[in-house]
Ligand binder design. Structure first.
Ligand SMILES: Cc1cc2nc3c(=O)[nH]c(=O)nc-3n(C[C@H](O)[C@H](O)[C@H](O)COP(=O)(O)OP(=O)(O)OC[C@H]3O[C@@H](n4cnc5c(N)ncnc54)[C@H](O)[C@@H]3O)c2cc1C
Length: 425
């Protein structure tokens, strides 16, 4: 039986797969994008109803991606972001097949390329790009048994406050998702406990510029790795309500109960680390450091950006910081739901090639994997801090498209001992 052959196979039609298709198309490289669901599916079905982009439209985009009807400084709602990716795919005539899942990719033995098994038959490809997302498998720590009767969902399954049973809610994790979901619930009249771990929380705006701009001019989006001695730290930012700085002190002053990192659950009681004050203080330090660097940048370049001394005012420590709550009996507190905004792990079970280390982490340099012909795209810190964001993935996709073009050039080369029709002499 003949097998379909394609030069480059891109797996996944999110922003990464589309950016890849854009760059390959520009270079005339034959390719196919397979998407198991719909274009930009995660923006539609794995995000809460009220989510808007974390960055303004002028920043959270790539060339050719447009948000009709939105001001460049607006924060685009997630459905509109998905619509824009669909429109982009149509505009560039991306060769996408939706509803086709890639089940496995294996190296061909003794000859170039890969055999790809899909839900709709086999394909052979010379190059395969894994663009299946940075945020693949929701992580829910196995702390609270299902038998407690408390509703437990990951932030990807949260839609809106009405979905939760009446009662108080514990939100675990205070990155961009946890902090925004917790505030939405509090505004809907819920009593909310928020478990806050280490985080960065840059100012939404300072001296008239959005933090996306500041991180850009200060070179922070381009940082190749997390700061010395620090693991990747979640950034707590929000585009909600026209965009505002995430301020945990303000949230506490508005009635939210903050607790430290969630440690364990025993006999109906959730236990929290004694690190709340430290985590909030580190977030404040990060906030102030961006202001300092921004001020220095303004001074060095003589920019005409009005000073904003009030941005340096940090509110008082709320009672939950000075007198930390280390234990909460969930039933006594009326907690009927836990939302785990605790991040994601990857799932590359389908990619059965020599491109992973002993812990299953992709082995790659700027997305070029240790298995020639296999590429990763869209991962956090793939080449820089911006790599997993809409605008950042564009640059990484360009690099991979250039790499593939170069490799195709090598593979097409005929040496002097071969005639140029491909026969050995
Ligand atoms: C809550 C949240 C908010 C975010 N907000 C922003 C923001 O405001 N701005 C920003 O720049 N970034 C944001 N991000 C980060 C990033 O932009 C998104 O996570 C984005 O969806 C990642 O795009 P991607 O193309 O890399 O992966 P995904 O969007 O995850 O796309 C991967 C695609 O691959 C498909 N797929 C997976 N496995 C297979 C398979 N085996 N076969 C075929 N298809 C497969 C999936 O169905 C999916 O459609 C946010 C992330 C989260 C979690």
């Amino acid at each position: 039986m003949s097998v379909e052959k394609i030069e480059v196979l891109v797996v996944g039609a999110g922003q990464a797969g589309l950016a890849m298709s854009g760059h390959l198309g520009q270079r005339g490289v034959p390719h196919l994008v397979l998407e198991r669901s719909r274009i930009a599916e995660r923006w539609r079905s794995e995000r809460w109803d009220g989510l808007v982009a974390n960055g303004p439209a002028w920043h959270d985009c790539y060339p050719g991606l447009e948000f009709p009807g939105y001001d460049p400084d607006a924060f685009v709602p997630k459905e509109k972001i998905a619509d824009s990716f669909v429109a982009y795919a149509e505009k560039i005539k991306a060769p996408i097949r939706c509803g086709v899942e890639v089940k496995s990719v294996r190296k061909n033995e003794g000859r170039p390329g890969f055999r790809v098994e899909t839900s709709q038959g086999a394909i052979e490809a010379n190059f395969v790009i894994a663009a299946t997302g940075a945020f693949q498998k929701p992580i829910i720590p196995a702390l609270v048994p299902g038998s407690t009767g408390i509703m437990q969902i990951h932030s990807t399954a949260y839609r809106n406050p009405g979905q939760l049973p009446a009662g108080a809610v514990l939100v675990v994790g205070a990155g961009s998702s946890g902090a925004q979901i917790a505030e939405e619930l509090m505004r809907a009249g819920r009593r909310v406990y928020l478990s806050v771990g280490p985080h960065d929380r840059p100012p939404r705006r300072y001296r008239g510029r959005d933090f996306c701009w500041w991180l850009g001019v200060l070179g922070k989006w381009d940082a190749a790795a997390p700061a010395e001695g620090r693991e990747h730290t979640t950034i707590a930012v929000s585009g909600a309500d026209g965009g505002k700085t995430v301020d945990f002190r303000n949230l506490a002053a508005s009635g939210m109960t903050l607790v430290g990192r969630t440690e364990k659950f025993k006999d109906g009681v959730m236990h929290f680390a004694a690190d709340l004050a430290r985590n909030v203080a580190q977030g404040d330090a990060n906030y102030l450091s961006v202001l300092d660097e921004a001020d220095a940048f303004v001074a060095r370049n003589g920019l005409d950006l009005a000073e904003e001394p009030e941005a340096r005012l940090i509110g008082p420590d709320p009672a939950c910081m000075t007198n930390p709550i280390r234990e909460v009996n969930l039933a006594d507190a009326g907690i009927t739901a836990i939302i785990w905004a605790t991040g994601f792990s990857s799932d590359y079970g389908w990619l059965q090639v020599d491109a992973f280390d002993a812990k299953g982490k992709p082995k790659h340099q700027r997305g070029v994997s240790s298995e020639p012909g296999i590429y990763f795209l869209g991962l956090p810190w793939l080449s820089r801090r911006g790599s997993s964001f809409i605008w950042g993935v564009w640059h990484d996709a360009k690099y991979l498209a250039d790499h593939i073009t170069t490799q195709r050039g090598y593979l097409a080369y005929k040496g002097p001992q071969e005639n140029r029709t491909g026969n050995r002499q």
